[in-house]
Design a protein around this ligand. Sequence first.
Ligand SMILES: [Zn+2]
Length: 299
Amino acid sequence: MIINSINNCCYYFQGAVNIGYVNSGENGLLIDAGIDKATMKKVLKILKENELPVTYLFITHAHADHYGGAAYLQNTENIYTFAPAIEAAILRNPLLEPLYLFQGNMPLPEMRNKFLEGEPIVVDEEVAEGYHAFGDKKFQCIALPGHSINQFGVIIDEVLYAADAYFSEEQLHKHKIPFIIDAKATLNSLNLIKTIECVGALPGHGQYETAFQETVEANITYHLEILDSIQSIIDEQKEEGISHENVISLVCEKWLVELKNISMWMLFRTAITSYVTYLVSEEKVELFISNNKLRIKSK
Ligand SMILES: [Zn+2]
């Protein structure tokens, strides 16, 4: 892991999940905390080597790969933690993530892994959209929901730390179907990011870019392609519709996704259902129950 500098106070640790860092004199703010203790240990080691302080933490959204290292950070340093509302509730009660992914059922032990559930953390302040400060350094919070219920991006010194509101093109193709819980909110957030005036942006997975608008546009195109492919799968079964289970299976087949375990099934079932509910809100498809099964047909 290395620390990259963006300007004279904004940095990021590049890894499987990027971690932002902003220095302001005696204070330092980490934006997200990586997946686990080992990641956070590396971050703290590099900060110490560079004599950079860490006093604040901002968690953008309650996905374990972004906050799993936070408990270790809070246990070893004196940290004041910010998080958006709702995400904060999950950060304090991380069982909620595998619980909602398993449709509200108590998850089985195999679903309670470090990718889906981190250790609970303390959130000192639930932040709303707008301006806040760590020490005397101002930052702006902007709601970027869609990938999670109330994900926030952070703008500091004209740098947007965008969390998982968009992905690098490489990441999009790697995941094939990106994780989202609300396709409409995802598209709205992407359109909003395009209008933000800043010198560059860093996604949670990918590289810092000054011409980030092109990557954001590629994300929009990619989501629309997935929506089209799902619509055509549903259209093919016009008369009797298609079961929700079969939609998941056919969409995975079409996008070459192989569900290798129940955790993957939970994530992809959620993402694909998000696109389906977008089509419902556009009045292009409808959900109904037949023979005790959830089915989908085009309108
Ligand atoms: Zn995420």
